[in-house]
Design a binder for this molecule. Sequence first.
Ligand code: PCA
Length: 172
Amino acid sequence: IMADILPKATNNLVFVYGTLKTNEPNNKFWSAEIYDGGTRGSRGGDMRKHGLFQLLAKGETVQKLPLVVATKHNVPFLLHKPGDGHHVEGEIYCVDDKMMNSLDIFEDVPNYYKKIISEIKVSECLNDKISLERGTIVKCSSYQLTNFKPELLKLKFYKTYCSAVVPPYTEM
Ligand code: PCA
């Protein structure tokens, strides 16, 4: 479904449920330009993008999973404990390898989050270049915690992360 809408080989589907979603505090990451440090000699480096991406659809996890907000920075975490929590809502993006790698670095995989492949059910197609029917199930990577402290399971489980509603996110 993706080859036709992005110029480069882009076989990576990512499901985001937290601060990377539309209108959330890290959504600017997608289109941010970064300075690559100065490989071009004395005049410095180049501004470059993290990579290519397309927002495809809204979706939710086929499995129930606990979504909590924790740490003093109020970070959203999807806990890899299928069966607890809700069918969590988020957004499905397709990304090129460069963006996939940028996201992994940003989320500090595998130290902080682990990248887990989960089934996501499309609830609404958001991209007019493709037709993704409601109800379609796609396999997406997402950033989840696997070896988490059991205390996290005592927190409130959300279905949808919304930084305006949960305790405020502060950048680390
Ligand atoms: N960013 C990633 C994982 C949690 C977060 O805040 C996301 O939005 O899916």
